[in-house]
Design a protein around this ligand. Sequence first.
Ligand SMILES: [Zn+2]
Length: 196
Amino acid sequence: MTEPKTFDVVLFPDPVLRKETEDVVAFDDDLRATVAGMLERMFESHGVGLAAPQVGLTQRLFVLNDEGDREKPERNMAIINPTIKKTFGKKTKHEEGCLSLPGVDAEITRPDGCLVHGFDEHGNEFEKEFTGFLSRIIQHEYDHLQGVLLVDRMTPADKMRNRDAVEELKDQYRQFKAAQAREAAAEAESNGEAKA
Ligand SMILES: [Zn+2]
């Protein structure tokens, strides 16, 4: 058994959240260590779902536990290379948050049910219908694999309401990148590269 990997949550507007994702090709210990690490990160962050781009990976997979409870591992699910083959049922509006968009929440309208084709972390293929909260989590995480975020699905009213929180995230990201650049420059200088 490989140790779970360690991940941080990538925050909006990091471009990795918009990158194209690729199918997982190997259902091996490395994948299972990724899944275990993503579940760990999700529980630590008090989430109910987490998609690969949110930990900086451009792979088509996500994990979830609809109770967000690490004491209930029977509710853990990893869905690899998913396809939502169809959605069905009444469209419902429900508040959603996202670990990559802290401080932002929006009422998102989605169909109640979805039919999903995919694989688990052992490579077992499945096709299954989900409804209710599970279906909503799956549709949210599936969006991540297409680079779609809550900010894209918000109503104009929710956009207005969340404007300050979104701007603050953009500011924080700019400061984070600037600090990274300063650190890199300082390191280059201490290596004597800046004088070359
Ligand atoms: Zn999300």
